[in-house]
Structures are given as C-alpha cells and as structure tokens.
Design a protein around this ligand. Structure first.
Ligand SMILES: Cc1ncc(COP(=O)(O)O)c(C=O)c1O
Length: 469
C-alpha cells in the first residue's frame, strides 16, 4: 500500500504573522539550506589523500625524475576543472606533461596550463594582478559592491583602486561609469559577477579592449554561469574563482586562476608557487631562472582541499541546476508581486547561477520601508534579511587613508592626493539599500518554496497594515 505524501497544512487565515496571524513557513529549513553537502564520496576522497601520506606539494618520486612538481591531486583537479569549464573547445586544453617538458614524457601526468589552483580565491586574485603586470601607481577600476578581496589585493601590488558605480540591472560594474573613470593611468578593471549574475561583459570588453585595458573577472560567485553562450571566467583576460566552503564549488579553502594565455597563468604561478618553474629548466623557459625563489609568496593549494574539490565537482552541475530550479520557482511568484529577482531569461545564452539569492524591493513604489517588509517576512518564518552590503569605498581602510600605507604610495603625488569620499557612487548606495536576501535553497522542497511564496504574498497584500518600523 502506498501512502500519500504528507502535505503541510495550508492556513486560510491571511492575517500577517506580525499582526497575530499564523506563520506561513512551518517546514524545517535546516536541511533545505545546508551547504556544503558532504557525503561519503568526499570522505573517501579525503581519506585517499590522507592515507597516502603525501600532504604537501613537493617532488615527483626519484624514479620519475625527482622534479619539484605540484602534487598529483592538484594537477588532476586543475585538469578536471578545465574539462568542467568546457576543455579545449573553450580554450582550456588538457595535455600530457611531456608535451611541454620532454623530460617528463611518458610519466603519465596530465596538466591544464590555463588553470592554476591556489590556496584561496584571495591569493588567486593577487596572482592575477601580478600576472597582469599591475605596477605601483597603476589605477584599477573596481566595484564597491564586492567582497573585499577583489579590491584590497590591488593595494598589495601598489595599485590604486578607483571605484565605479554598480549597474542596477546586473548588480555588477556599470560600463558607462567605468568609461568615465578611465584615465591615462588605468591598467585594469576587475569585475565581479555578484551573487552569480553575469556582468554586461560585451560593453565592458568593448570599452577596455579598445584602450588596451585588461579585464579580470572575479567569478567567485559564478561557477557555471554563462554570458551570451560563453562561460563566465573566459571572457576577460584572466579570471579567478573561489572554492571557499560556501561557494558553488566548495572545498576546504581554495581558488583558481584561469586564463586563455598559459604564459599569463605561469606568470601568476611565479608569485607563489616556485615549484611550477623548476620543470621549465628542461625547455629553457626564461621564467625558469626564478625557480629557486619564485617571487616571495607561498600560495599553493593543500592536496586535502583538492581532494574535496575533486569529489564536489562531480556533483556541482546537478546541485547548481537544483538551486537554480528552486530559486526560479520562487522568483516566478515574486516577480508577479513586483520584485526584481535578477532571473535570467529562459533559454537565452546568458544564464545566471544562484550563489546567493537577493531580490530588489522598491520601497518608493510600495510606500513601505524595506525593514518593515523584512520584519514581517521574518515573523512569517522566512529567513530573510535586508542586508546593507558594506560598500567598500565607504570603509575606513579607504576613508581614513590606511590604503596608502598598504599600497606604499606616499611618494606618489597623485595617489597621496586621492580622497575616497563615502558620498561618492550615489546610484550604488541607493541600490544597495533595496536588496532583500533569501536563502539560496540548495535542497528545498517545492512545498517549502511555496510556503515562502505564500509568506511574500501575504505580506505584500497587507503592506499598509504592517508596523512601519
Ligand atoms: C567576490 C569574491 N571574490 C573573492 C573572494 C575570495 O575568495 P576566498 O575566500 O577563497 O579567498 C570571495 C570570497 O569569499 C568573494 O566573494
């Protein structure tokens, strides 16, 4: 005998919970929102590396030439990520090590020369800036709405971050404002695909390519997203991905530097992974002369992190698809209520992913403050907040001048004269106050999503009755 699925009771009382009505969301949310999802495959993968006793990158065994070399787990991860992104057809080939270093031919190692694993995404950004050749005093145009790593790393190569407005539609850099901020000192633009929504890359690339300005994509939120049919991360000159544990491809901390030019990736590797330069002696590569030292940092990934990332990657596409389906189901209901959910047009070549799920609430249109709506939704049982993204151009590290010490640019009259004004970027500041953050529902049931939709419908249908706090 089959039993019918248990359906949550639906209350007919539409009084908002904040006014004493029943809660709309009654189902448990802990499992629906658990991330990362760790299973027996992850455990086996970690144990395989742990039991090998090879816990650090180092040398190939003597029988294989003894060359300093990244750990095989890391080389394998880089190859698998290259394939995951689309492989040779998107410009990320996987080759035998012997194709590049004849002395290693036939040893069975494959490598992906366009992908560099790092210990985290922050380090990958620093390596990317080094690879792009950003020098003291160079200006780098950046968004104020991003994680600090995409901006503060610029200071550590002596660069000067120049903030540009955020576009209301894409949540990423506003191309027209980028064009306005370009000076003779602009060397690069860093664009973050915030929360997984692709930036307007055509407009940005048109502006930058014409002026010889390099573009770094911070794709830390956007594994698997596409823009006009192209994978996010392969449109600019170089890109980074974070593999930090809450990301769409999680590991125990990690990052990737990715680019179409393998020489640029090698340059990035030189900053913090000297062992990558040693095998180049065999082919008289000019970078091999730095093999004894690299350029002073140690940024390589732990093989244990690589083991987690390899087993997670096998499930990333399916898990991302599930998140997307869940967020789209709820978005369709919220769009009808007047929210902008940043949903990608179905079937188009531009497809966002949902690292995080934020929606725009227009307080002017609805004549009720966003905080009142957030409070009413929380009372319904929704895990919803009205976060104010800490806008980077307003942070003390910039407004109080510490940035100049970090960049060591006191001798530079132009840099010393620069003032970061918290009142700059009015469009970004206004837009920042209109976002509501929801869970990104990695494993939510349709019933839970429908309860969320019902909560929003109830609250939006009673706006004038809500406490206007
Ligand atoms: C947009 C963005 N860029 C860069 C990073 C830095 O990555 P990680 O935490 O791996 O250093 C993060 C992450 O946390 C991020 O959200």
């Amino acid at each position: 005998m089959t039993t019918a699925p248990v359906r949550p009771a639906v209350s007919l009382d539409l009084t908002p919970a904040i006014l004493g009505g029943p809660k709309a969301v009654t189902l448990d949310q802990a499992e629906a929102n658990r991330w990362p999802i760790i299973d027996a495959d992850d455990e086996a993968s970690v144990m395989r590396v742990l039991r090998s006793g090879e816990l650090s990158s180092g040398h190939l065994p003597k029988a294989m030439g003894g060359y300093p070399c990244p750990h095989p787990e890391i080389l394998a991860l880089e190859c698998e990520f290259a394939e995951w992104m689309g492989g040779a057809k998107v410009g990320l080939p996987v080759m035998d090590v012997g194709d590049l270093v004849p002395q290693l031919a036939g040893k069975g190692f494959k490598l992906a020369p366009n992908v560099l694993a790092c210990n985290n995404g922050t380090a990958a950004i620093l390596c990317g800036l080094f690879a792009l050749g950003i020098k003291p005093g160079d200006e780098v145009i950046v968004p104020s709405t991003t994680w600090w790593s995409s901006v503060l790393t610029v200071l550590h190569v002596g660069g000067v971050p120049v903030f540009a407005e955020t576009d209301t539609k894409t949540l990423a850099l506003d191309a027209a404002d980028v064009a306005r901020k370009i000076t003779g000192k602009t060397k690069a633009v860093i664009v973050t695909h915030l929360f997984g929504v692709p930036a307007d890359m055509d407009a940005l690339m048109d502006i930058c390519t014409a002026r010889g300005i390099k573009v770094m994509e911070d794709a830390s939120h956007a594994h698997g997203a596409t823009y006009n049919g192209k994978p996010i991360g392969l449109i600019g000159d170089i890109a980074v991905f974070s593999l930090q544990a809450n990301k769409l491809l999680p590991s125990a901390e990690g990052g990737f530097l990715v680019g179409k030019d393998p020489e640029m990736i090698l340059q990035g590797a030189a900053l913090g992974q000297y062992e990558r330069l040693v095998p180049l002696k065999a082919i008289d590569h000019p970078m091999a002369r730095f093999a004894a030292t690299g350029f002073g940092y140690k940024f390589r990934m732990s093989p244990l992190s690589a083991a987690v990332a390899r087993s997670q990657m096998k499930k990333t596409a399916a898990r991302t698809a599930q998140r997307t389906a869940n967020c789209r189901r709820l978005s369709a209901r919220l769009e009808k209520l007047g929210f902008d959910t940043f949903m990608s047009e179905s079937g188009s070549g531009t497809q966002r992913v949902y690292f995080e799920f934020l929606v725009r609430y227009d307080a002017a249109k609805f004549k009720t403050p966003i905080k009142a709506v957030a409070k009413a939704l929380q009372a319904e049982g929704c895990d919803v907040t009205a976060p104010r993204y800490p806008l980077l151009h307003q942070q003390p590290v910039f407004t109080e001048g510490a940035w100049l010490d970090l960049a060591r640019l006191h001798h530079d009259p132009m840099a010393s004269a620069r003032v970061y004004d918290p009142a700059d970027l009015p469009k970004t500041t206004a837009g920042n106050g209109t976002l509501l953050k929801l869970p990104s529902f990695p494993s939510a049931s349709d019933e839970l999503l429908d309860q969320y939709a019902a909560a929003f419908e109830k609250v939006m249908g009673n706006l004038e009755r809500l406490p206007q706090a």
